[in-house]
Design a binder for this molecule. Sequence first.
Ligand code: HEM
Length: 557
Amino acid sequence: MIEYSLLLVALNRLIITLALLVLIKFIYNYFKVVRHFSKFPHVKGHCILGNLVDIKTNLLKSDEFAEQQLQIQFMQKHAQPVQKEGVFLAWIFCKPMVFLTNYQSIKLVLSSSKHLEKGDVYYFWHPQMGLGLLTQHVNKWRSRRKMLEPAFHIDNLRNSVETVGKHADSLVKYFQGHVGTVLDVKELMPRAALDIVCDTVLGVSPDAINVPNSSYVRAIMNLKKRVITRLFNPHYWLDFIFYRAQIGKEYKKDIDTINAFSTQVINEWKSRAVKEKKMMNGNDLNGNSNGVTLSSKPAINGSAGAHNPSEANSQVDDDDDVFSSKKRPNLMDILLRHHLDDSITDESLKIDEIDMQDEVNTFIEAGHDPAGVVLTWIMQLLGCHTDIQERVYNEIKETLADVPFPYSWNDLANLTYTEAVIKECLRIRPPVPFLQRILDEDVTYGPYVIPKGECVTLSIFSLHQDPEIYPEPHVFNPDRFLPEQIKSIPPFAFLPFSGGKRGCLGQRFTYMELKMILSRLLLRYRFKSVKPFESIPYAFELVNRPKAPVEILIEQR
Ligand code: HEM
């Protein structure tokens, strides 16, 4: 009995000693970190909470909108004045948050082939996108990127112009019903972008412009709000709390709806590819036996009426043209080949059903939300600067008046001033205001050493406000991006699509898409914004979203 008590006492002492050692190590490391980062430009915060007190209205209750505005003010007030330093630090509890804010410091990370792992915030996209290209870990990402890049070959982009034109004209029709009235375009433009990307990637359109309340479209739109509520309420970061709360249950329902849609469309593609494989008797179009054939064309034709998976079902296209070997494989062709082709033995090149769903959901989300948001800002800005709008209109009229619709890639490429306007919108309201990367090795910028393993936030928002690169950064001045002036903007100083090896795959597609939509709309209508540009609040959500209605008066030309 005595021996047992002695053993217990000894065990207790051991546990206490170990706990003390862990605590001492923690405190030692903490002060080491504090000493290291105290040299970085920063704002003194609360001794325990750090700068959390600067960006939260109430520590126990979250007010998303107020906090979003505080974040913007915090960056403007504290990070912008020290932009020359290129580095800025905020403390969240005892965790340093390193921001890179000018093109020299950002270039160090993005131009390197090292720092390709995404940061912590991308975790919030995992339920929706899984491990698609955008969120994928670097070890798998390399082969996946190489595999999917050919889907964005210029030949495929050229082929997508017609599809984009079709949806631009749906938007024209929608506007026709609102001539002489004020229209809030805040959700309409992302819905238009959703139709475009779904039709281009999957060959099926949810007709989100005209049917905003289908379960799929609502799920896509609701999810954005729920994910932000989750981000702003740390107790929701824990899955077992989040998914038990009402918001988590609704979120899960939205994810299920989105997955049901993508699974249904993927299955359509798959059964068609299997059928083709049988027809070709084991010989694919590339001459590999046992390979899967490539349809090179969406199996399901874009349908303005298909707003749910079951309706999409009926849109199978039996066109013989799918066997044309001149066309390049599109995204679904590539995914299916790597899913069905038994001759692919390299595990890193195999695509299973979950991978396929993750990629489809990724391309739909990444391909519509930022494009829709920037389109909303373009409408607002052109509606405020009607002189600039007229210049864009004149260029479009001169360039496209005699060109048969649906134009060509080259016709749209000739819209130089329109492109400058798009770029200036992307500068002043970058749809993706922050990127995060985990450093794969120490990064030294001037006197500052950011250690390997640190999660750095690249502030595209700050970068695009750098007065040394963009004099009077708050002024909307598309001339900065005209061919002569653009030469003075250094590489990595304009990064709406990120840059380097993990830059956006949809960049060239987006310029074409935006030019097509602007051309079709401006040839018919004139826009006037109801409110001044600066009065529309916005937020650093996963994209830079307007937080109030964006009301535009539509006039017939
Ligand atoms: C205005 C429109 C767009 C903007 C501003 C934009 C911006 C970006 C940015 C900033 C990234 C990098 C994200 C990061 O590193 O965290 C990115 C990645 C990506 N974007 Fe876009 N994007 C746009 C349109 C599109 C479109 C239309 C598509 C496809 C149809 C697309 C597909 C992707 C993909 C797949 C990635 C991940 C690339 C990778 O990690 O390898 N994006 N985009």
